[in-house]
Design a protein around this ligand. Structure first.
Ligand code: UDP
Ligand code: MG
Length: 337
């Protein structure tokens, strides 16, 4: 089955009956050190909710022993499901794979495994869902353990997206950590674009949303996979996925340059005719040529960004390839009673 426009549920794995009420989707990439610690904390919180639940771990082609740790965990914890991707596809694809394979009938929660998103916030998210909200996102009150530079660039990015995103409003300081109702997830999974800017896709779906404030903890172990290069690319992704404003800017830039050139040309002509001034020479010519060359290259680059995206979308490749899918086994604690 292709992933184009439809969900990638494997046919050989029938959905578990009855479906759990909550699914927790956890992307995992090289996180062997924290998985068990994370699951202990998650299970303690989830068992206290009085709802049936499963945890869908997506191994995003980890190079360490994460997959082994997950499989061992699944042996002793029936609520654990494992989806293992054939290679590293990136967090956005891993998340999508997890949402595709989650079976919850009620709501789905997305959370990082590195304990930066405290599982203890989940009851508040569920409370928001019970109030009737389809999208309950966890909003950072503080960014402990992050550098000044990261905070400033993140802030600038949210401000920029707020201006150019059009009708899609990105709530600031919100990551992927959130709860979504089944209908919101079904809507989200219809968006099969290959360039996945998840924060934007979440916002695009709409539905009544609510924020829950929390304190983001520093990483429990391991290292972040993000660096400024990747963050810059993510920002370009965010902007080009949701607005064609840069193309419009290129047009304005062209018009403005042409207008300036016209005025300047007029001045030169008048000066030559009226005062008989010699035409100004080499330095000004050089400046103008270089300036225009720069403007043209930037504009070409902007067009190229969009063209590349069109190229990638038209290939219609699946978002990810599943190596193995091990569904969760037993009904959750409540159904077992
Ligand atoms: N992750 C993933 N695939 C990747 C990179 C990251 O599944 O290619 C997972 C990672 O295991 C973690 C989450 O995405 O659960 C967030 O990653 P990270 O902590 O590196 O990002 P940050 O919290 O610094 O934004
Ligand atoms: Mg993290």
């Amino acid at each position: 089955m292709t992933a184009l426009g439809r969900r990638q549920l494997p046919r050989d794995e029938p959905p578990r009956c009855p479906a759990p009420q909550l699914s927790v989707v956890v992307p995992v990439y090289d996180e062997e050190a924290v998985i068990n610690r994370f699951h202990t904390r998650l299970a303690a919180v989830m068992d206290g909710l009085g709802l049936t639940w499963e945890a869908v771990y997506v191994d995003d082609g980890s190079r360490d022993r994460s997959l082994l740790v997950l499989e061992a965990l699944r042996m002793i914890q029936p609520e654990v499901a494992v989806v293992s991707l054939s290679r590293n596809f990136g967090k956005e694809a891993a998340l999508t794979a997890g949402l595709d394979h989650a079976q919850a009938s009620g709501a789905l929660i997305v959370i990082d495994v590195d304990l930066q998103d405290p599982p203890e916030v989940i009851p508040e998210l569920v409370a928001g869902w019970r109030e009737g909200f389809d999208m309950v996102y966890a909003q950072r009150r503080s960014r402990a353990g992050e550098t000044w530079m990261k905070k400033t660039t993140a802030h600038a990015f949210y401000r920029l997206m707020g201006r150019v995103g059009g009708p899609v409003r990105l709530p600031p300081d919100v990551g992927d950590f959130r709860l979504m109702s089944r209908r919101a997830v079904d809507a989200l999974l219809q968006l099969r674009e290959r360039h996945r800017f998840m924060k934007g896709l979440f916002a695009w779906v709409g539905f009544p949303a609510k924020a829950v404030l929390y304190d983001r903890a520093p990483r429990a172990a391991g290292r972040t996979k993000w660096n400024y290069g990747r963050l810059f690319n993510l920002s370009v992704e965010g902007i080009t996925s949701f607005t064609t404003l840069p193309l419009r800017l290129a047009t304005w830039l062209g018009l403005a340059t042409a207008a300036v050139a016209l005025i300047y040309g007029g001045e030169v002509a008048v000066k030559a005719l009226v005062y008989g001034n010699p035409v100004p020479g080499y330095p000004s010519l050089m400046t103008v040529v270089l300036f225009l060359g720069g403007v043209q290259l930037i504009t070409l680059g902007v067009i190229g960004e969009y063209l590349g995206r069109i190229f990638n979308e038209t290939k219609g490749r699946p978002l990810y390839i599943v190596g193995r899918h091990l569904p969760s086994a037993a009904p959750g604690p409540v159904a077992a009673e």
